[in-house]
Design a protein around this ligand. Structure first.
Ligand code: NAD
Length: 258
């Protein structure tokens, strides 16, 4: 018996990267998982690779009706929804289109908020009645360490992720007594394909900052999603958990090279 046996989970943005790794981890713990993504062929392929406990839905996180349809489709396939993992976000394009306050087009800023923040809000609104009717559930949102400080670029991304952290608190406060726990993960650098392709030098930079001399992998995040989704985390609600290998804990002392 896995710790998520009998549970039905929805992972958004699961065609590749952290979402795909997380979907696989959840299946490993016994869950039935629906993977949603705008990249239809890829998400079908990923679900097929994970196995019979996984299935795919193509949707657009920027579109309200499409997000609602995604949640409805989970209910239609499985009759319940226990775990909602809001993971979809604009990532690769952010590095060119989402830069400074003055240089980022307002339309693109709006799109970033729609995909990264509003879509999770819409999904939660659609999922909550089912979770409450089913006796409870777990929502796990995806922020970023970019939510906690300003920076030279990614202004919309950072603001959207700060909103995700705030949304987590509201959901936790308002629906905890219905046995729906909402928590949030704030990863540091995780070496997904899109990061390796779009962020120059990230491997060296990430490793140099980390006390454990390695950057994050998708499964490092997936394992925490599985924990937060499970009864092991029954008394954790409304928390934003940084998962960065200690990267934001502080600068380590210099290595002894003697
Ligand atoms: P990724 O680009 O590999 O995954 C994001 C997924 O979201 C993609 O599969 C993409 O197709 C999907 N998506 C984008 N727009 C969509 C839309 N309109 N509708 C539906 N799906 C859409 O990125 P990743 O690195 O795996 O990131 C996953 C999550 O983790 C994101 O929320 C990201 O912000 C967060 N995060 C990642 C890192 C990192 O270093 N990789 C760090 C902090 C936070």
């Amino acid at each position: 018996m896995g710790k998520l046996s009998g549970k039905v989970a929805l992972v958004t943005g699961a065609a590749a990267g952290i979402g795909a790794a997380t979907a696989e981890v959840l299946v490993g713990h016994g869950a039935q998982v629906v993977l949603g993504d705008i990249r239809g062929d890829l998400v079908e392929e990923t679900a097929k690779r994970i196995g019979d406990a996984a299935s795919a839905v193509t949707y657009d996180a920027a579109d309200t009706a499409s997000v609602e349809h995604l949640v409805d489709e989970v209910i239609a396939r499985h009759g319940r929804l226990d775990v909602l993992h809001n993971n979809a976000a604009i990532t690769a394009q952010a590095w060119t289109r989402d830069t400074t306050v003055l240089d980022t087009e307002l339309d693109w800023f709006d799109q970033t908020l729609r995909v990264n923040l509003r879509s999770g809000y819409v999904a939660a609104r659609r999922a909550l009645p089912h979770m409450i009717a089913g006796g409870g559930g777990a929502i796990v949102n995806m922020a970023s360490i970019a939510a906690f400080s300003g920076g030279p670029t990614l202004v919309g991304y950072g603001i959207s992720k700060a909103g995700v952290a705030a949304m987590t608190k509201y959901l936790a406060a308002q629906y905890g007594r219905h046995n729906v726990r909402t928590n949030c993960i704030a990863p540091g650098a995780v070496l997904t394909e899109q990061v390796l392709e779009n962020v120059p030098g990230v491997t060296e930079a990430a490793v140099a900052q980390l006390p454990y001399t390695r950057a994050g992998q998708g499964t490092d995040i997936g394992n925490v999603v599985a924990f937060l989704a499970s009864e092991d985390a029954a008394y954790i609600n409304g928390q934003v958990i940084t998962v960065d290998g200690g990267g934001t804990a502080g600068t380590p002392p210099p290595l002894d090279t003697a």
